[in-house]
Design a protein around this ligand. Structure first.
Ligand SMILES: [Zn+2]
Length: 428
């Protein structure tokens, strides 16, 4: 009975995501692991609850006739078809954003603050939330106008084969917008939230550029994302398409990692770049989307008449399409994440081959537990469903095998211990 009580208490603490442990516990690996598990599993749990809640809201929009009434209102108020579609989308997105807000503020602000990651305060967080809401409304309304422009030029509702042409037609603007979004994101969207600068001349920059040169990358831009005033999470990534490609490194990572560890991270990112992972990921996403659009429009064709929609080109059906597509992507997460883990492993292998000190990969991954509260060895089903990178334990094991094969000494565990960066140090 007492054991059951302990389990219940641990579960409650994890689910509420209260980071109470370190208040009395001495910092040790066991305490760090316990905090990491609270952070990850509580976050995953509430993330899934938020997702199910959003499905419920979309289901209500479809089932209650709310979407049909909103379409009628938009048509009465706005004479132009495209402005009606944009207004419908903006109102529906606002309802969804309001419904999701309690989860957004809890997961994105209070929880991040309680675990010591959030740095900018409520006003800053709210302003970022407002900006991303604005970007989302603009982007989705634009996509909806394009979508119904493409669908509306088709023949009238009736013949059974129409759902397939609708899916194909819908796919074209979706893919075009996807590529456009990846291309413009680093130039127009990301700077709304973070300050970016080119990396200043330094021995590290010289080493990184030499590494890029040796890897056969003629000129890749390296940017620093000054994220330290917003969150203490560390990361690096490759973004951009069609000429906006760049490697971005968080200022927090530069402070937390040694130069050799940063070099491995950058070699990993260069691997993504050299192996065209952004294009491969975009094409993979486009292929999955095509399959899901076929399935969604097929179901839509069966259900639409009973729900009061006027046909394939009726914007009132947009919440149903959104519900079907988001449900499918949710259920397909294990497959999509497995593909992502495969690409990430390829980038790790490339990084080990091209960085000057492969042993730094091991010390760098060991640090993730401390700097980002990443559980190095989570349960297999969690990895299977949620992880888009291999676990740190798997990545360390692979790096160790690589080092052993090449006669490189494996750093002892103590080498990983380095204090977390100071909360208020100025951005580099
Ligand atoms: Zn990666």
């Amino acid at each position: 009975m007492r054991k059951l009580g302990q389990h219940a208490w641990r579960l409650a603490v994890t689910l509420l995501g209260i980071s109470a442990l370190p208040l009395w516990a001495q910092p040790s690996r066991a305490v760090e692991l316990a905090r990491a598990r609270q952070y990850w599993y509580g976050g995953l749990f509430w993330g899934v609850v938020a997702q199910l809640w959003m499905f419920a809201v979309l289901f209500w929009m479809v089932r209650s006739g709310w979407a049909v009434r909103l379409r009628d209102w938009a048509e009465r108020r706005l004479r132009r078809r495209w402005s009606g579609i944009a207004a419908f989308t903006a109102v529906a997105l606002t309802v969804l954003a309001v419904a999701e807000f309690p989860f957004s503020v809890y997961l994105g602000f209070f929880r991040e603050r309680s675990f010591g990651f959030e740095r900018q305060g409520m006003v800053g967080w709210l302003s970022d939330w407002g900006k991303s809401y604005g970007v989302e409304v603009f982007a989705v309304a634009l996509a909806a106008v394009l979508l119904y422009w493409v669908l509306g030029r088709g023949r009238p509702w009736g013949a059974a084969r129409h759902w397939s042409t609708a899916a194909l037609r819908a796919w074209v603007p979706c893919v075009a917008l996807m590529v456009l979004a990846v291309a413009i994101e680093p130039v127009f969207i990301a700077p709304l939230f973070y300050r970016y600068t080119r990396m200043r001349p330094s021995p590290l920059r010289t080493e990184l550029l030499q590494m890029a040169h040796r890897a056969g990358i003629p000129a890749i831009a390296i940017y620093i994302q000054h994220s330290g005033r917003i969150s203490s999470h560390t990361n690096a990534y490759v973004v951009g398409l069609l000429g906006t490609e760049r490697i971005v490194i968080y200022s927090t990572l530069l402070r937390a990692d040694t130069p050799a560890e940063v070099e491995f991270v950058m070699a990993h990112e260069m691997g993504h770049y050299v192996m065209h992972h952004i294009w491969i990921g975009t094409l993979f996403g486009a292929a999955v989307l095509l399959g899901f659009l076929f399935l969604s429009f097929w179901l839509y064709g069966r259900w639409a008449p009973g729900l009061g929609y006027r046909g394939l080109a009726d914007v009132a059906g947009l919440p149903l399409i959104a519900l079907l597509l988001s449900g499918m992507f949710f259920l397909a997460a294990p497959g999509i994440n497995a593909f992502s883990r495969y690409l990430e492993h390829q980038a790790d292998a490339y990084g080990l081959r091209h960085c000057p000190d492969p042993a730094a990969a091991i010390t760098g991954f060991r640090k993730d537990l401390r700097t980002d509260l990443i559980d190095p060895n989570p349960p297999r089903w969690i990895v299977w469903w949620f992880f888009n990178h291999p676990t740190d334990a798997q990545r360390i094991a692979y790096a160790k095998r690589y080092c052993r094969r090449h006669g490189i000494p494996i750093p002892p565990r103590t080498a990983a211990v380095r204090p977390k960066p100071a909360p208020r140090s100025p951005p580099s």
